[in-house]
Design a protein around this ligand. Structure first.
Ligand code: PMP
Length: 413
């Protein structure tokens, strides 16, 4: 781990922030926009290796964000990177897909019990939009039920921001409360005979909130409601996919969706997403037109095949649960010892860490800044992500850092 840089050294991060303000609107876009990255958090990164990322100023951090989800085997996993290199030597972008498209679809169909086919895109937003389009093509209907505050992407039908979005873009979206069967039924009643789909996340992973796994009763009710209406049950597994269950996060509820969307961890950091579906929706999936210039590229698919095979071999969900439990237990014990009430919720592989009586996460932010100084990259509001590079030794080293961060936080009281 690198020592903190001397104060006299100019920060490359700061210089890049100033330059980006000139040529990138707002300094950066989306969830990385400059205003959303707290002061003291690095904005620009240089490299990654295993469980560690290095910022542009050369400081290393044990990474508990894993690139906001994509890194599941660790940064620059040798087997995945070798598969990518082999494909790049042959070329990346041809007049059509490579063999990898078929091998990857076969791999997913073999892994995901509800799936008998798969289609590929680049981002989670593409995959979710494809799911909605397939559901509408299949049903010939318009209304889509979406859980309040759930994130499904950065396109007009689901963006968390209404800036530049028209009411027509949202005209057929009806909200319900996750895990609340009555509210789901009320939303379905509002849709009447125009119900195309119900969308649920792998679990309720809203930012800044206590996380909730899907209740089996709610999951069953959602399935029954879709069956009765002839609508599609869509699981957005973009964020949680492959971390909780290799067959899809709702396998844990015993309920299977018609369509599911994956991205993030699917190719260990390479740009890829997928829609997986059952036979009922095959014909509609063949009929819709969704595509992109780069959706057939072979390298990310090669990365995905290598990633998924490694996840199976290593029984990833079991490993991640164990690693996340070790980390959460350590944090809880430290918090208690230093007199803080820490609420860690969500599955251990994707924990959210919130301090009690900290509605705007100001205490959490200071804690994360203290952890950064000690070489640990955490998040104070968003769910974090464990990877297979988070061995016991790495977790314990991270806990050494957080111990210092709690002591520093306690010292400020
Ligand atoms: N669905 C969920 C649950 C997500 O977490 C995200 C990304 N954070 C998306 C969809 C959209 O994915 P992308 O950013 O790759 O478009």
């Amino acid at each position: 781990m690198h020592a903190a840089p001397s104060p006299s050294r100019a920060s490359i991060d700061q210089a890049l922030r100033e330059r980006s303000q000139v040529v990138i609107p707002g300094g950066m876009w989306g969830h990385q926009r400059a205003a959303a990255v707290p002061a003291g958090f690095p904005q620009f990164f240089m490299s990654g290796n295993g469980a560690t990322v290095r910022d542009v100023d050369g400081r290393d951090y044990i990474d508990f964000m894993c690139s906001w989800g994509p890194i599941i085997l660790g940064h620059r996993h040798p087997g995945v990177e070798e598969a990518v290199r082999r494909q790049l030597e042959l070329g990346e972008c041809f007049d059509g897909p490579t063999e990898n498209a078929v091998v990857l679809a076969e791999t997913l169909v073999g892994m995901i019990p509800h799936a008998s086919w798969a289609l590929f895109q680049k981002n989670g937003s593409d995959a979710m939009t494809s799911c909605v389009t397939i559901a509408r093509a299949f049903t010939g209907r318009r209304k889509v039920l979406v859980a309040k505050d759930a994130y499904h992407g950065a396109v007009p039908w689901c963006s968390p921001s209404l800036v530049g979005v028209t009411s027509e873009d949202r005209a057929h979206i009806i909200h319900f409360t996750f895990n609340d069967t009555r509210s789901l039924e009320a939303a379905a009643a509002q849709a009447g005979d125009d119900l195309a789909a119900v969308i649920v996340s792998g679990f309720k992973h809203d930012i800044g909130r206590t996380q909730e796994l899907p209740e089996p009763e709610f999951a069953k009710a959602a399935r029954a409601l879709c069956d009765q209406a002839g609508a599609a049950l869509i699981v957005d597994d973009v964020r949680a996919g492959f971390r909780l269950d290799l067959g899809g996060s709702w396998e844990l509820t015993g309920v299977r969706p018609d369509l599911s969307a994956y991205s993030k961890a699917i190719a260990n950091g390479h740009a890829l997403s997928a829609v997986a579906g059952n036979d009922r929706f095959r014909e509609a999936a063949a009929r819709i037109f969704v595509t992109g210039s780069f959706w057939y590229g072979g390298a990310a698919m090669a990365a995905s095949i290598a990633t998924l095979n490694e996840l199976k071999r290593l029984e990833a969900p079991r490993f991640l649960k164990r690693a996340g439990t070790r980390f959460a237990n350590g944090l809880r014990e430290q918090a208690q010892r230093h007199g803080f009430q820490l609420n860690i919720s969500g599955p251990p592989a994707m924990p959210v860490m919130l301090f009690e009586d900290d509605p705007d996460a100001a205490i959490g932010e200071i804690f994360c800044l203290e952890a950064l100084k000690r070489g640990v990259y955490l998040h104070h509001r968003h769910n974090m992500f464990l990877s297979l590079a988070h061995t016991d030794e790495v977790i314990d080293r991270a806990l050494d850092g957080t111990e210092g961060a709690f002591a520093a936080l306690a010292g400020r009281r």
